[in-house]
Design a protein. Structure first.
Length: 158
């Protein structure tokens, strides 16, 4: 078991039993209005996200979502992973795509915690939480996977 006390009164407990246990997949819809707002928010004017004519003439044949749009999805709860979100910082993230997300499609998203470890640094101990997230279509075919590192202040003790 890992215990994290960041001296702010918050405590995070992660049991090794929950490592690599996928959350129950959650249904998400790639909505056209949400894709347009997301593209506007990130300043991406790519016509494949907003212009149906341009998208239809593309190799995809339809509107697609920006690559990082999957960050807006619900990935469900990893049962037993009591990781306090307050005070965490984003460390690193990679995306691997089989194909783009299509506007209008329904996707099923889930996540798992793959590792937890502690390292010392100039500012003290830090705990690293490594996650993998997956989005699949209605046939359970993978569309994309994400790998993400989240960092918390304090040390984990086994």
């Amino acid at each position: 078991m890992f215990n994290l006390d960041d001296k702010g009164g918050r405590c995070t407990v992660v049991s090794e039993r929950i490592l690599n246990q996928w959350s129950t997949p959650v249904k998400n819809v790639v909505e056209q209005g949400a894709v347009r707002k997301f593209a506007d928010a990130i300043g991406d004017l790519n016509p494949l996200y907003r212009d149906e004519g341009a998208a239809k003439a593309s190799r995809y044949g339809r509107l697609i979502a920006p690559p990082t749009f999957s960050m807006t999805f619900d990935y469900g709860e990893i049962v037993g992973a009591d990781v306090t979100e307050a005070g965490l910082i984003h460390g690193e993230q990679t995306f691997t795509f089989v194909r783009p997300l299509y506007v209008g499609e329904t996707v099923w998203c889930s996540a798992r915690l793959t590792d937890v470890y502690t390292r010392g640094g100039s500012l003290g101990k830090m705990t690293f939480y490594l996650y993998e997230r997956r989005c699949a279509d209605a046939n359970d075919e993978t569309i994309l996977t994400e790998r993400m590192t989240v960092i918390g202040k304090g040390g984990a003790e086994q």
